[in-house]
Ligand binder design. Structure first.
Ligand SMILES: [Zn+2]
Length: 184
């Protein structure tokens, strides 16, 4: 898809700028915009004041299953799917909007910190689109949680209802209650 209009290009720059400000990696920008790598690098330096990281991308699906990441990923994915289903928001715009709402929600909680990066959120959407992951309802709280698709989840209990012994964080419970209230 080539950019043929000034307006079209302006939109691409806006998408790239939003993603960069949220901390997206260069590969995400290359996939989600039609701007050249050179332009993206320049834009990245302008927005962040430094070059993008060159490290490995976080490819693993397992990360999303570990305790705290799972709660954050599930919160994000709930918002994302809601936007796609009911608000008619699509593609990269759904990613950006859902991530913004996720940040708002996390920051509204005492000591809240965004465990899920925008790059991981982007991967999560891809894993869902590829049918590798899905949302599964917890049989105790009825919230929906990110899980692998190739496993049986009939008796699934989420990490909030049954947290590991070391984790007694009440703020996660608060976050969960809030996200359920919002989804209702
Ligand atoms: Zn639960």
């Amino acid at each position: 898809m080539a950019i043929k209009t000034v307006l079209g290009e302006a939109q691409q720059v806006k998408i790239a700028t939003d993603l960069i400000a949220m901390g997206a990696r260069l590969q995400v920008l290359q996939e989600e915009t039609t701007l050249s790598r050179e332009r993206l690098l320049k834009l990245y330096k302008e927005v962040k004041g430094e070059s993008p990281s060159k490290g490995m991308l976080p490819y693993s699906t397992d990360w999303f299953i570990s305790w705290q990441p799972n709660i954050h990923s599930s919160l994000f994915m709930g918002v994302y799917q809601f936007l796609v289903k009911y608000a008619g928001v699509k593609g990269v715009q759904a990613l950006i909007t859902a991530y913004r709402l996720y940040l708002d929600q996390v920051q509204g909680i005492e000591e809240g910190e965004a465990v899920l990066s925008i790059t991981r959120a982007w991967f999560l959407v891809r894993f869902f689109n590829a049918g590798m992951m899905q949302l599964v309802p917890c049989r105790e709280c009825e919230g929906n949680f990110v899980a692998h698709t190739n496993e049986l989840h009939g008796n699934y209990v989420c990490g909030i209802c049954h947290p590991p012994a070391r984790a007694g964080k009440t703020n996660l419970k608060a976050m969960h209650a809030e996200s359920l209230a919002q989804a209702a």
